[in-house]
Write a protein that binds this ligand. Sequence first.
Ligand SMILES: [Zn+2]
Length: 283
Amino acid sequence: MTDAPLLSHAAAADPNAALRPCPVCGGTGAMLFSEAAWRGFTATLPSGERRALFAATLRAEPLLSFGAMARCAGCGLLYPARLPEPQALGAFYQTYFGNPGYQKKLKGKLRQRRLQLALLKPLVRGRRFLDIGCNLGAAVAAAHRAGFAATGIDLSREAIATARTLFPGPRFLAGDLAALPADERFDLVFCTEVIEHVLDPAAFFAELTARLAPGGLLWLTTPDAGHRTARAAGMAWDQIKPPEHLPLFTRAALARLTASDYAWRVVLPNPRKPGLEMLARRR
Ligand SMILES: [Zn+2]
């Protein structure tokens, strides 16, 4: 693989000139750090650290290369200067998506999801529930128990197979949103810790919005790149881990996504970590 087209030698003196515009607001991106600096940083991390493992994968697979990480001057989004090639990213997830710790935490997750759903249920106008990126299906099982017609969808066939075994009641589908019937809409959509993984966040969010019925509620969570601890940590912020996390949002970037199709939104701070928790009502 030759040098990245977005960071050509000509642009090396002025790296900002080579950065693509912000994929959420179209604003100007300024380089936060280069991929070379990232490799140097990850070399200082203890062996076995996920970021160090991912950096080793980046070295071995140039099609995953991100070139540099940029911060949008408009909305504050952190985003890669260059996108990994989709098939290489798919192969990466075949190796890395397995999360053996998650199953142990399942009981706690179920409790947490039941509580969330009990709080949200009075605000929801219908009973059709969808969890996008449902993993092992804790939220889907909790929604099913709370009386929703619950569906979970996930790219990982392995996660879906496990979810079906653990929770025989609700519907589980492997694939992306296109795996659902074209005209199917939902009254409550969960999308937790997913949008930071996608190649094109604006396109993904538009697809998600199209799945909400008029008046439908969206519950979305993602790391907070605008949090003071995240800003202070710079490259060392633990949520920066390409190619697993690609776009990292701020409140302003989320506001931009919801500007036109939503009647209102509230963003709550995550009490446990620099994270954003958004509740929004579709027009
Ligand atoms: Zn932006």
